[in-house]
Design a protein around this ligand. Structure first.
Ligand code: C5J
Length: 232
């Protein structure tokens, strides 16, 4: 799929300051909106988390996804998970803690956090279209051991609208990786969520602190407004 967004500029009302974006070089990056994190019986719940905390991000992401699809913006979805033989899952990740089920164990949505299982898939509300990019990642960051850099370079992407779960884990790790690679990241405050509301708040604060040390933070309404009022 080509990023068919016309070269138009929009100014997003963001923190710590407004940011001007060329939509033609901007992609929507949706992190790990998988059943394993969002639904009972998945990886998130095996770690003792209240998965209902994440539901609030679905609607704002859906609105951005619709706008991106309507305007031809590149959409990239990511999924955290591992190969069935666990060859890409470090023992340090699999063995830690005392979850009710470990990565690779059979659960109600198939084997926990394993590619191809029902739990690994993206939730129906945000399901990728056939022409959208889906990046499978073994780690928390979307750049580690994936083809994401190649995809972004291929489409001439310089800016990322980042949303998904969880704010302080895979969203923050990915934004830090992206920032070091030179991408401007706008993190969507209501399009991210955490099992711990206080970590969500702090995760956003860490990004926009010190003049935007890792990037910018804006809500979905501000991005949608900027997309509507863009100029050529
Ligand atoms: C976690 C993620 N929380 N997608 N993964 O383990 O944030």
């Amino acid at each position: 799929m080509l990023n068919s967004t016309k070269s138009t500029l929009g100014v997003v009302s963001a923190e710590p300051e407004p940011i001007k974006l060329d939509w033609a070089s901007t992609a929507l990056l949706i992190i790990d909106m998988q059943r394993d994190f969002m639904e009972p019986g998945g990886f998130g719940e095996t770690l003792g988390n209240d998965v209902s905390q994440l539901a609030r991000a679905v609607k704002p992401i859906g609105a951005l996804l619709k706008a991106a699809r309507d305007t031809g913006m590149l959409v990239v979805h990511t999924r955290e998970g591992h190969l069935p033989d666990l060859s890409d899952a470090p023992p340090a990740k699999v063995e830690r803690g005392a979850p009710s089920l470990r990565i690779g164990d059979p659960g109600p949505m198939g084997r926990i956090l394993i590619r191809g299982e029902a739990g690994h898939d993206i939730i129906p509300e945000l399901y990728p279209l056939d022409n959208e990019v889906v990046i499978d990642k073994p780690g928390k960051g979307a750049f580690y051991a994936t083809e994401l850099t190649d995809v972004l370079e291929k489409y001439g992407i310089e800016n990322l609208l980042v949303c998904g779960v969880t704010t302080e884990v895979c969203v923050n790790t990915t934004v830090r990786e992206a920032n070091d690679r030179g991408y401007r990241c706008v993190v969507i405050s209501d399009g991210c969520a955490s099992y711990f509301p206080e970590f969500h708040e702090m995760g956003l604060k860490m990004i926009k602190a010190q003049g935007g040390i890792f990037g910018w933070v804006a809500d979905s309404a501000a991005v949608l407004e900027a997309m509507k009022t863009s100029t050529t």
